[in-house]
Design a protein around this ligand. Structure first.
Ligand SMILES: Cc1cc2nc3c(=O)[nH]c(=O)nc-3n(C[C@H](O)[C@H](O)[C@H](O)COP(=O)(O)OP(=O)(O)OC[C@H]3O[C@@H](n4cnc5c(N)ncnc54)[C@H](O)[C@@H]3O)c2cc1C
Length: 432
């Protein structure tokens, strides 16, 4: 990888220097260099000559939602277009060097498969199986015996758990389960850094340590951004990819009052465990609405706490929230995992961290495309699936802006998540 001088403010090996934009005029300014903003920048730069600038107030990539991401790629969604979008993005993660054009990317893809342990009738499962297959996803229906043959340590209870009344819980074993063969995990910080590097390689400029303090407008149209040092950068289009801070940017232009996008604190627990590496699949747990996955070595397990309101705290200021998990959340999450994997032997203490989802309260899906204010586009509200969708979302935005296709583009309409859409019909919750 080429090395350049530090004071040019671009990539140095695998790290990123803070810098200021080299010009006051660009075609496109992307606010936010997380996985979404950097995917948009890369996808626009790779298919056009547009002059692209990404500004991010943080010191480097993956300091927002992206850095806390569990980085699961799976495709089971209710809406067929979302299935296809997730699938094409998964192909990008699975072919990361080809997709990014980098010889030596940081991120890679570990295929673990994803098991859905949900309470569904046989006919519901068959419908889901057909929908996934029709949209290209390699999915199997496994009987209880087949699951236990592969992962004997799992308990296959599908009865929802009431954590307020655990004593009353009576396990009820499920009979059939969906298994996504190609689901897996990537490296969230590495993928974000790779996307920044690939955008730069295609000619985009990326300025970390550069916050947006305001939007510049002219006769009601957004014509640029005002940086935190007072400088103005003018452009034809501003894309708001500010993750949990998206509402602040939208409010600067009086945009996007239709959807409620709530930064929400999500708690993750990391636990050591002993014994053989059981290589459990990614497990979506319908009894608790939590999910689990091993860390790559298999010596740790990463647990997303059950999706119940007391563990999902709305946050009014994304710069200030408690980053350590709550004690009762740790205990409950470990109990939930113990219920799913009863024979597990934990060792040492558990650690954890919290990050922010930006939950779209209406339908758990993002808002992508033009806002009602000319010159401002939105890529906001990913509700816990922004990592897996990022390559495809970047393509949808870039295709709309440039009119050009590129490899790995999704087979979905670019206005799928338009601001003026009706809420998509989903099965609800952030698993949507
Ligand atoms: C605990 C957790 C687990 C998750 N697990 C998964 C998962 O398994 N699979 C999945 O698909 N998704 C998952 N997600 C969701 C996914 O990580 C997010 O949807 C995705 O990272 C959002 O990316 P983003 O670029 O929109 O936001 P961010 O990564 O937050 O990036 C926004 C950027 O904007 C910058 N910014 C903000 N305000 C300004 C400003 N005024 N000026 C300049 N820059 C600004 C910030 O510094 C930040 O870098 C998870 C999220 C969390 C928190």
């Amino acid at each position: 990888m080429n090395q350049v001088a530090l004071d040019e403010g671009v990539e140095i090996g695998k790290t990123f220097a803070m810098s200021r934009p080299s010009s006051t005029t660009f075609d496109l300014v992307v606010v936010g260099g997380g996985v979404i903003g950097s995917a948009v920048a890369y996808q626009v730069a790779r298919r056009s000559d547009l002059k692209v600038l990404v500004v991010d107030k943080a010191a480097g990539p993956a300091t927002g939602s992206t850095g806390a991401s569990v980085a699961i790629s799976r495709c089971r969604y209710t809406v067929p277009e979302v299935v296809r979008l997730a699938y094409c993005s998964q192909l990008a993660y699975r072919s990361w060097g080809d997709f990014t054009g980098l010889d030596d990317p940081i991120s890679d893809y570990t295929q673990l498969g994803a098991l859905w342990v949900f309470d569904r009738s046989q006919s519901q499962l068959e419908t889901e199986y057909e929908r996934l297959r029709e949209n290209g996803v390699a999915v199997d229906m496994l009987s209880r015996a087949e699951v236990l043959n592969r992962w004997p340590e799992l308990d296959l209870c599908v009865e929802p758990i009431d954590f307020g009344d655990l004593e009353q819980h009576r396990c009820r074993q499920g009979d059939s389960f969906l298994f996504e063969n190609e689901a897996g995990i990537a490296d969230p910080a590495g993928a974000n850094a790779d996307l920044v590097a690939s955008a730069q390689r295609q000619g985009a400029e990326v300025a970390f340590g550069t916050g947006v303090a305001g939007l510049v407008t002219d006769q009601g149209r957004v014509i640029g951004v005002r940086l935190d040092n007072g400088d103005e950068v003018h452009c034809s289009l501003v894309v708001n990819a500010a993750g949990p801070w998206c509402n602040e940017i939208n409010q600067m232009a009086g945009a996007q009052k239709r959807w409620t996008l709530t930064p929400t604190r999500i708690q993750l627990i990391l636990r050591e465990w002993s014994g053989a590496d059981p290589r459990l699949p990614i497990t979506f747990d319908g009894s608790t609405d939590g999910c689990y996955r091993i860390e790559r070595s298999g010596s740790q397990i990463l647990l997303v706490s059950p999706e119940i309101p007391e563990f999902m705290e709305p946050i009014s200021d994304p710069d200030h929230f408690e980053v350590n998990p709550d004690r009762n959340c740790v205990e409950t999450t470990l109990a939930a995992f113990q219920h799913r994997v009863p024979g597990i032997k934990h060792v040492g203490t558990s650690t954890g961290l919290c990050g922010l989802y930006t939950i779209n309260e209406q339908d758990s899906h993002p808002i992508v495309g033009p806002s009602e204010v000319e010159g401002l586009w939105l890529v906001n509200g990913f509700s816990g699936h922004g990592f897996k969708l990022a390559p495809g979302i970047g393509a949808m935005v870039a295709r709309s802006i440039t009119g050009n296709d590129a490899p790995f583009d999704p087979d979905v309409d670019d206005d799928l998540f338009a601001l003026d859409r009706d809420p998509l019909a989903t099965s609800g919750g952030v698993f949507a």
